[in-house]
Write a protein that binds this ligand. Sequence first.
Ligand code: F6R
Length: 609
Amino acid sequence: MCGIVGYIGSKPVVPILLDGLAKLEYRGYDSAGIAVLTETGIEVEKSVGKLAVLAEKLAHHAPQGTLGIGHTRWATHGRPSDINSHPHTDCAEKFAVVHNGIIENFQKLKEWLAANGHTFRSETDTEVLPHLVEHFYQGDLLAAVREVVKHIEGSYALGIICQDEPDKIVAVRKDSPLVVGLGQGENFIASDIPAILSHTRDTYILNDGEMVLLTANEVKVFDQQGQEINKEVFRVHWDVEAAEKGGYPHFMLKEIHEQPKALRDTLSGRLATDNSRVLLEELQMTPEEVKQIKKIFITACGTAYHAGIVGKYVIEDLARIPVEVDIASEFRYRNPIIDQDTLVVVISQSGETADTLAALREAKNRGARVLAVTNVVGSSVAREANWVIYTWAGPEIAVASTKAYTTQLVVMYLLGLYLAQQRGTLTQEQIREVVTALRELPAQVEAILGREEEIKGFVQKYAHCEDVFFLGRSIDYAVAMEGSLKLKEISYIHAEAYAAGELKHGTLALIVEGILVLALATQMDVFDKMVSNIKEVKARDASVVGITFEGEEELAKSVDEVIYIPRTHKLTSAVLTVVPLQLIAYYVAVARGCDVDKPRNLAKSVTVE
Ligand code: F6R
C-alpha cells in the first residue's frame, strides 16, 4: 500500500502535496517524494524515511511551481531507499510517475525496455512506467498513457506529469484506489479522500479502468475504451479523521475488514493456478538444504508468537519436522539447542521488535539459518535474515494486531506446504486439499464479516464480564490464545486461554456463574471431547459462546450462543475462527468505552527490551 497525491492550479504546490501526503502516511511511511513542474523542467525531491525527512529537506529548498505529484511509500519491490522512492522518471527526465500498486509483468517489460536503450536507476517495478511513457510518447501524454496501460499487468493508481505539457496531469486506476478532487481553478488526485478534504468536498471516485485528464479548470474522465464519460460528483460529508479510517470508527475495525484483501495479497502469485502446489520463489532453498533441516524453532512476541504456535501445528502436520515455539525474550536468554541443521523462523509484523531481532541475532551466532516472516519490506529482521517471506498485509495502524496475524498464519501454511513439497511428506491430493482451502479463505472471511451485526448484537450482553476463558483443542487452542490477548489488550478484561482438556487440572475451580467462556470447536477429531468440556463449564453456570463450522447444529444444544463459520480444512480453520474473536474483542471494548486504537500502556512497535 502506498499513497499518491497530485495538484494542478495556481497555488504553490509543495505545501499542498506535503499536506496531502501527511494525510496518507497511514498507507505507507518508509519513504516519500514529490515531482514539481518548474520553469526549468521537472524537479524531483525524494528521500527514505518518514515524511518529516522530506519536509525537512524541502524546508531548505522547495521547487517552485503550481503543478506536481507526490508519493508516500510502503515498499514492495526494492527496499526503502532514496533511489527506490517515488516519483520515478524516464531517461530524459521529461516524465514523472507516482504509483500505488504492483506491476506484475515489470521484469519482462524492464528487459524489453533495457534492450531498447532505456537505463534504469532503481530496483522498483514502478520505474518501467515512465520509460514506457517515454517510449510511446508522440506529443500527447494522454495517448501515451493509454498505450502504456495496454502493456501492463497488475494493480495501479498512477499520477503522471510531462515537462512538455505543463498544464496537465494524467491519472488512471486499476485495483488500487484513486479519487479526483474538484476545486475552483484547481484540481487534485489522491489515493484517498483525507488528502484533499481540506481543499474540496466534491470528488469523483474513479472505477477500475477509468482515466482522467486534469487541467486547472477542467477534469475529463474516460472509460476503458477511451470514451469520455459523465461522472457523478460525490460530495463528502465526513471529517478528515473519519475519512482516514475509511468511514470506520477505528483503525482496528477497518483493519479487521481489510483482511480479505490482505489475505488475497499474501496468497497472490504463491499458489499454482491448478492448486497443485505452492510457489515460494523468495525461499530458494535447495531440496538438500530442506532435507538438512532437523528442527525448526519459531520465535516471536505477542500476536506474532501466537501465529508461531499455529505454525507448529501446521508445519509438524504437513512437513513432519519437529517444531519448537519460543517467546523471543525467553529464547534469547535460555541457551537453546541450535546448530546448522536448525532453521529458525522469526515472525514480526514490524520487523523491528527488539526481542525478536535479538533472538534472530542469537540464532545466527549459534550457526542457524534464519527465515524472517515480516510485513515491512527492508525492516531490520528482513535485512538480517537469510530468507524473507513478506506478509503483504499493508500498514497496520491499530495497536491490536488483526490483519498482520491472519496473514502470518497464511505464511505458516505456505511454508508448511513448501517444506512438505520438498520433503515429499504429502500426496498430491493432500497438497491440493490444503491449497484449495487457502484459496477459499478470503471469501470465507468476507462471509464471516457479513455476520458482524449478529455478533455485535449478542456481545453487548457480556460486555460487563470481568473474567473470560477461551477454550479449544489442537489448533483451536492456539487461536484461543490470540482471542484472549485481543480481548485483554483492548478491553482490559482478565482473559485466559486454556487447552480444553487441561481445565479440570485446576482452573475449573474458577468457573462460576458470571464467567464467560468462549469455546472453539472446529477440530472434528476432538469435537466430542470439546463438547464434554463445554458441558463441564456449563454445569458450573458459566455462559458459553461456541464457534463451530456451519452444519454442526448439535453444538447449539450445549451453549448459549453459536457463531457459525464456513467449513474449511482442519489446519486452515485458524484464519476463520479468529475473526469472530477479533470482532468480539472490538465490540466489547467499544461497549466499555475503551480507546480501541490506543490501549493503555501499549505501543505498536516495541523496540526496547
Ligand atoms: C498484539 C500485538 C503485539 C505484537 C508484538 C510483536 O495485538 O500486536 O503482541 O504482536 O508486539 O510485534 P511485531 O509483530 O511487530 O514483532
